[in-house]
Design a protein. Structure first.
Lengths: 272, 264
C-alpha cells in the first residue's frame, strides 16, 4: 500500500514536470480559457436581458459554469493533454505502447488513474483556477448557499466524479474495437452537453428533454453538485439525488468490469 | 525446475478475411474472420543464466512468443510457465523479476531527461537507494551514458535511446530479460558496445537473456544457444556449433545459412 502511494506520487510528479516543459502551452491554455469566460459572460448577459430566465439569476448561472468547471476538471481530467481517457487508451492502443504498460509491475488501471489525476491538477492550474479567480474578481461568484450545502456539494462532486470516470472508461474501451479514437472524446462531450447540462443548465430545458436527462446518469457530473452548491436542491432532495448517484455507480461499475473483461480477452487471447 | 518453460504452445490470431468477390457492403456488415496460426506447437525450456538467440524470418512468431512470456498474450493451447508461474495470471508479479525491450518502442518519458525515467523506475520496481545507485552507476558506466543523462529523451539519437532503454530494462536486476531486436538500426560501434554489455551482465549477474535478432553479428557474438523457428514451427534448438554443423555447407557464412533456411 505504502509503495503504491509513493509510486502514485512519483507518476504525478513526472507528468507535472513533462507538462511544465511546454511553457507556451500553459500560456495558451490560460488565455484561451479567459477568452471563453468572456464570451460566455457576454452571451448570458445578453440572454438575461431578454427577461425570459424564469426563477434563475445571472449570478447563479455564471456561478454554475465557473464552479462547475472547477468540479468537472478536478474529477474529469484524463492526462495532461486531454480530458478523455479514450485519448490516453486510444493512443496506447494505436502505438502499441500498451504492451509496455502491461509489462510493468503495476496494473494498467493504476497507471491510468495516476495520469488522470496528474491531468486534473495540471488543468486546474492552467485552466479552471485562473478562470475562477478572474470571475470572482470581475464578475462576482456566489458562495455556497450554506456550510452544510457545501459539505453535500463536495460529496455530490466526488460521487459525480466517479460516475464521470466510469462513463469515460466505458466509452474509451470502444477504442479496442474501433482503432480510431479521436471522435470518442467528442461523443462523450456531446452526451454530457445534451444530457448532463454542462453547456446549458438543465433548468432551462423543455420538459421532455429534462425528463430524459433526469433518468440518465450524465447530470451527476456537474449539474447535481452545482444545484446542491446553489441551494436549489435541499433537505430530502439531496439524499434522493445522492442515493440515485450511488445506484448509478453500482450499475456503471458492473458494466465497466464486464467490458474490461471482454477487452482483456480481446487483448490477451486474440492479440488484437 | 526450469526458469522458462513452453510446452506444446500454439497461438492463433483472428484476422479479417477480405474476399474480393463480396461487395463492400457485406464486408462491412458481415465481416468474415479466419484463424492464423502464429506459433505452432513450440516446446522448449530455458535454464537460469542462459543466453539464447531466438531467430527466424520476419513474421515467424518470435514477438508473439515474447509477448506470451511476458504475459501480455495468452497461448491458444499449451502451457507457458515463467518462474514456475502462469505469466498471464501473474503478470504484475512476474514483472518485478523480468525486463523487456521491444526494439522499436521506448519506455522513456519523451519530454524529460533520461534520469527522470530512471527515478520513476526506481519507485516502480521498489528499489532501495543503495541497489538503485549501484546498478545505475554500473549501467551508466558500461553503456557510456554519462554524457546524455541530463538530456531530454526527444533530443537523443537512436543509439543513445536504445542504450537508455537497455539500462532501464536491467535497472531492477531482473532474473530474465527479453530483448526483441535490441540492435535494430544501430551503427557498428553501438552494436559492439551493447553486445559487450550483454555478455558482461550475463556473466556478472547471471541474467538469463532471450533475444530475437536479424543481425548475424548478434547471433555469433552473444547467443550460446540458438532456437530457430519458421512459420511458427520450431526447426532447431541447440548450441551454436551444433547449428553450424547441421546447416552449414562448405564456405557458408552464417548469413548464407539463414538465407537458405528462411527461403525454404
Amino acid at each position: 500500500m505504502k509503495h503504491y502511494i509513493k509510486l502514485y506520487a512519483v507518476l504525478i510528479a513526472k507528468d507535472f514536470r513533462r507538462f511544465a516543459t511546454y511553457r507556451t502551452n500553459i500560456f495558451a491554455g490560460i488565455t484561451s480559457a479567459l477568452f471563453m469566460l468572456a464570451a460566455r459572460y457576454a452571451l448570458w448577459v445578453t440572454l438575461f436581458a431578454t427577461g425570459n430566465a424564469g426563477d434563475v439569476t445571472l449570478a447563479e448561472t455564471m456561478t454554475f459554469f465557473v464552479v462547475g468547471d472547477v468540479v468537472m476538471i478536478l474529477t474529469g481530467g484524463a492526462g495532461f493533454t486531454g480530458t478523455s481517457l479514450s485519448e490516453v487508451i486510444g493512443a496506447d492502443n494505436m502505438s502499441g505502447d500498451i504492451a509496455l504498460k502491461l509489462s510493468r509491475p503495476c496494473s494498467y488501471h493504476f497507471q491510468l488513474v495516476a495520469g488522470k489525476h496528474a491531468g486534473a491538477i495540471i488543468q486546474t492550474l492552467s485552466h479552471s483556477l485562473p478562470i475562477f479567480i478572474v470571475a470572482v474578481i470581475f464578475i462576482g461568484i456566489l458562495p455556497p448557499s450554506g456550510a452544510e450545502a457545501f459539505v453535500w456539494f463536495v460529496v455530490a462532486a466526488i460521487l459525480g466524479g466517479v460516475i464521470l470516470t466510469l462513463i469515460d472508461l466505458i466509452l474509451a474501451y470502444s477504442v479496442f474495437w474501433l482503432t480510431d479514437f479521436w471522435y470518442i472524446a467528442w461523443y462523450k462531450r456531446a452526451l454530457f452537453m445534451l444530457f448532463g447540462g454542462t453547456f446549458l443548465p438543465l433548468w432551462f430545458y423543455p420538459d421532455s428533454l429534462r425528463a430524459a436527462a433526469d433518468v440518465l446518469p450524465f447530470r451527476f457530473a456537474m449539474f447535481v453538485p452545482m444545484e446542491v452548491y446553489l441551494g436549489r436542491l435541499y433537505g430530502r432532495e439531496i439524499f434522493v439525488a445522492l442515493g440515485s448517484a450511488i445506484f448509478w455507480i453500482v450499475v456503471l461499475f458492473a458494466v465497466e468490469r464486464l467490458i474490461w473483461r471482454r477487452v482483456q480477452f480481446k487483448l490477451v487471447v486474440q492479440g488484437g | 525446475m526450469s526458469q522458462i518453460e513452453l510446452k506444446n504452445v500454439c497461438k492463433d490470431y483472428k484476422i479479417r478475411k477480405r474476399d474480393e468477390s463480396r461487395s463492400r457492403f457485406s464486408e462491412f456488415f458481415r465481416p468474415r474472420y479466419e484463424a492464423k496460426r502464429a506459433v505452432d506447437d513450440i516446446s522448449f525450456t530455458i535454464e537460469p543464466g542462459e543466453m539464447v538467440g531466438y531467430i527466424g524470418s520476419n513474421g515467424a512468431g518470435k514477438s508473439t512468443t515474447i509477448k506470451m512470456l511476458t504475459g501480455i498474450l495468452s497461448p491458444t493451447t499449451g502451457i507457458v510457465r515463467v518462474f514456475d508461474r502462469d505469466p498471464c495470471k501473474n503478470r504484475t508479479k512476474n514483472a518485478l523479476d523480468m525486463g523487456v525491450v521491444f526494439g522499436q518502442r521506448t519506455q522513456l518519458l519523451w519530454d524529460l531527461p533520461v534520469r527522470d525515467t530512471f527515478e520513476l523506475f526506481k519507485t516502480m520496481y521498489r528499489l532501495s537507494d543503495r541497489d538503485f545507485k549501484k546498478q545505475r552507476d554500473m549501467l551508466v558506466e558500461t553503456l557510456e551514458m554519462e554524457s546524455f543523462l541530463s538530456q531530454a529523451v526527444r533530443q537523443l539519437s537512436l543509439g543513445q535511446r536504445m542504450r537508455a532503454n537497455l539500462a532501464l530494462c536491467f535497472l531492477h536486476q531482473p532474473k530474465v530479460v527479453y530483448l526483441d531486436e535490441p540492435t535494430i538500426g544501430l551503427d557498428v560501434l553501438v552494436k559492439d558496445r551493447i553486445r559487450a554489455f550483454l555478455r558482461q551482465i550475463n556473466r556478472e549477474q547471471g541474467t538469463t537473456v532471450l533475444l530475437t535478432t536479424h543481425d548475424t553479428g548478434d547471433i555469433e557474438e552473444i547467443a550460446e544457444r540458438l532456437i530457430l523457428i519458421d512459420s511458427g514451427k520450431l526447426l532447431y534448438d541447440g548450441d551454436h556449433t551444433g547449428f553450424l554443423s547441421k546447416y552449414r555447407d562448405a564456405g557458408d557464412t552464417l548469413e548464407d545459412i539463414l538465407k537458405r533456411v528462411y527461403a525454404e
